[in-house]
Design a protein around this ligand. Structure first.
Ligand code: URA
Length: 243
């Protein structure tokens, strides 16, 4: 590919990820034009080098794109949840993760620490991840809404429809082998379903060709420990899928 083709590919690439502008510093764009790479551009984006299309998308700097997305969210006031939040909880983990866990929205501890699943439900999730033979930093963890709903109520429809495009864009960047939806809200939003989590859990569905396993929310399992084995069964299927 020549410089123009690489630039076109870069624009298409970011557009597919939902960006309406090129989230690159002007210096990065200049480098792109003169054939030098920078940390926020895939290494293959070098106009003097002939690269295959595969190489170009393979060398995506997922971390940089996620940082761009976080910057785009900024000090978000797109919905009313900003009024009660202390912090935006963007999500964290390995941008190259095979498994992406998606919860509902931050609770009190998450709001205070700006990190997903760090309270009691988070401890249960951490244990589950460890039992799978993984570490928390090996997976990616995000939520449907990025700000804590007041008194931990369920996020409302307007809040979900404003915020969920961001988790969808996180999915597009991370492109995990499997998405695990934690609880009813996450499963219903990602799968555009109205079914109960008890009906959905344990079966694979598909989100844009990515297998999705809905399972119980860790907070539900804290209240109903007798159902933990069901989530364990669900996760065995996930392990099988990523092999
Ligand atoms: N519950 C969620 O759904 N997400 C969190 O981050 C914490 C608790």
């Amino acid at each position: 590919m020549n410089a123009i083709q690489v630039l076109r590919k870069t624009i298409e690439f970011y557009r597919e990820l939902g960006f309406e502008y090129l989230p690159l510093k002007s210096s990065a764009l200049r480098n792109l034009a003169i054939g030098q790479t920078s940390e926020s551009i895939p290494a293959s984006v070098n106009p003097h080098q002939q690269v295959s299309e595969d190489t170009c998308s393979y060398q995506l700097n997922k971390e940089a794109v996620l940082d761009d997305l976080r910057n785009e969210i900024g000090d978000c006031r797109r919905c009313k949840l900003y009024k009660g939040r202390k912090n935006i909880v963007f999500g964290e983990g390995d941008p190259e993760a095979d498994i992406m866990f998606i919860g509902e929205g931050p609770g009190r501890d998450e709001d205070l620490q700006a990190r997903p699943f760090v309270g009691d439900a988070g401890k249960l999730l951490n244990n589950l991840i460890l039992k799978l033979g993984l570490r928390r930093q090996d997976v990616y963890i995000a939520n449907i809404v990025k700000c804590r709903p007041p008194n931990n109520r369920n996020p409302e429809e307007d809040e979900i429809s404003i915020c969920s495009p961001f988790v969808e864009r996180q999915i597009a960047v991370i492109d995990p082998k499997v998405i695990v939806c934690l609880g009813k809200i996450s499963a219903q939003v990602i799968l555009r379903s109205k079914n109960a989590i008890s009906k959905l859990r344990g079966n694979f569905f598909s989100y844009k060709h990515i297998p999705v396993m809905p399972t119980f929310h860790p907070a539900y399992l804290l209240r109903n420990p007798k159902d933990k084995w069901l989530t364990w069964e669900d996760m065995q299927k996930v392990l099988e899928k990523i092999k």
